[in-house]
Design a protein around this ligand. Structure first.
Ligand code: SF4
Length: 383
């Protein structure tokens, strides 16, 4: 597995080392690695068009045009109109190119000899086929306009996240925060070999259960990062499901837009800490909490049902921060405090019962509707 995860890095090292070598060796010809495959393509197929080079090499039009122009300016290539079709342009190498091609091939052979040294020829052959297939797949996929949402986790039944509702919970991947206490890192820093779930399977699941389940929930990592989620939510709403979204509050404009479009029915806004300690908590120094305030204000308008959730952690939430946080949230409809020892990552610890009760008192001074969630603290709840 680890090999697959390192593949991208290996490809990157190979590419950058190759580029460094060629740029050094080609400097006396005023050429760079970027122009080399294009010059070779023209030399090996005199009269080739820019479009064909772009197609064969997976280049975009701008890159090809720029590099062909450089080759023309350096006197290595000439562009001619085709005899058959005056509008079509054909590329030819000049005598200057023909004089240096042996030198270029020799540079190329030396590099190849160097990088394959001590590798058995059978392995080289296998790798060469494999690499060719992967390059072809990459070319096709990179050109694909794939805007469909991708899910990476599906908890089929949940009875607690959306209170009093039977829900199914989906997770997208990725988050714009870098909280050290995050429990979703495997869905933020995706391994190369982590495949998305089959969207058709998910849709079949939802269609078959639309009369049994009440809601579809989207949990962290941050679902609002994904603009492409909107069409899926539209589809889910058409099936008759309620939709609950958990968010870190950093996409207020999209939140407002989805509320306005009635794509969501309930928002769970996860507040991480007091404004003065927010950046530190989410791993983004100098983070401007105005954006979170904007999300809070949107929810406070009461257009949608919502809850503010706070996971309390000993190492992050001292009394001063709790007071600052409670003051900041003054006026919200409801806050839920949580602190579950089983969801703490290494070096972070949940509040004990006394600490939860103390937090409850602090928040109550600002927010009348405050509750504690989690079995461990039920006995600590105020009547
Ligand atoms: S906002 Fe949530 S998902 Fe994102 S890094 Fe923080 S804890 Fe993890």
């Amino acid at each position: 597995m680890a090999r697959q995860n390192d593949l991208l890095m290996d490809i990157s090292i190979l590419y950058r080392s190759t580029q460094k070598y060629y740029d050094k060796k080609l400097a006396n010809l005023s050429l760079t690695y970027a122009q080399l495959p294009i010059l070779i393509a023209i030399y090996e197929e005199e009269g080739i068009s820019m479009q064909k080079i772009a197609l064969d090499g997976g280049y975009d039009k701008g890159t090809i045009t720029k590099n062909v122009q450089k080759l023309v300016n350096l006197g290595y290539v000439i562009v001619q109109s085709s005899i058959k079709d005056k509008r079509a342009k054909e590329l030819y190498t000049t005598d200057k190119t023909k004089e240096v091609m042996n030198q270029i091939y020799s540079i190329r052979r030396n590099w190849w000899k160097h990088i394959i040294q001590s590798i058995p020829s059978k392995k080289i052959e296998e790798f060469s086929y494999l690499y060719e297939d992967m390059a072809e797949n990459a070319k096709v996929f990179a050109d694909k306009d794939d805007e469909q949402v991708q899910f990476f986790d599906h908890q089929k039944v949940d009875l607690s996240f959306y209170t009093d509702k039977v829900s199914t919970v989906l997770s997208t991947a990725g988050c714009n925060f870098r909280c050290k206490h995050c429990t979703k890192r495997n869905l933020i820093f995706l391994n190369e070999n982590r495949m998305e779930l089959n969207l058709e399977d998910i849709k079949n699941f939802l269609e078959k259960r639309k009369d049994i389940y009440d809601a579809v929930c989207l949990k962290e990592p941050e679902p609002l990062m994904h603009e492409e989620l909107a069409p899926f939510l539209r589809y889910v709403k058409k099936l008759g499901y309620l939709v609950k979204i958990q968010t870190n509050g950093s996409y207020p404009d999209r939140l407002k837009s989805w509320i306005d479009q009635k794509l969501i029915d309930f928002v769970s806004l996860d507040i991480k800490n007091a404004p003065s300690y927010y950046g530190e908590t989410i791993g983004i120094p100098n983070f401007n909490t105005d954006i979170i305030t904007k999300s809070i204000e949107i929810l406070k308008k009461g257009q949608i049902d919502y809850d503010i959730t706070i996971t309390l952690i000993k190492e992050l939430h001292d009394t001063n921060r709790l007071k600052e946080m409670a003051g900041w949230l003054k006026g919200v409809k409801q806050v839920t405090l949580m602190s579950n020892p089983s969801t703490m990552v290494e070096n972070y610890h949940a509040f004990d019962q006394n600490e939860m009760n103390e937090a409850l008192h602090i928040f109550k001074a600002f927010i009348p509707n405050i509750q504690i969630k989690g079995e461990a603290y039920v006995s600590g709840r105020e009547a």
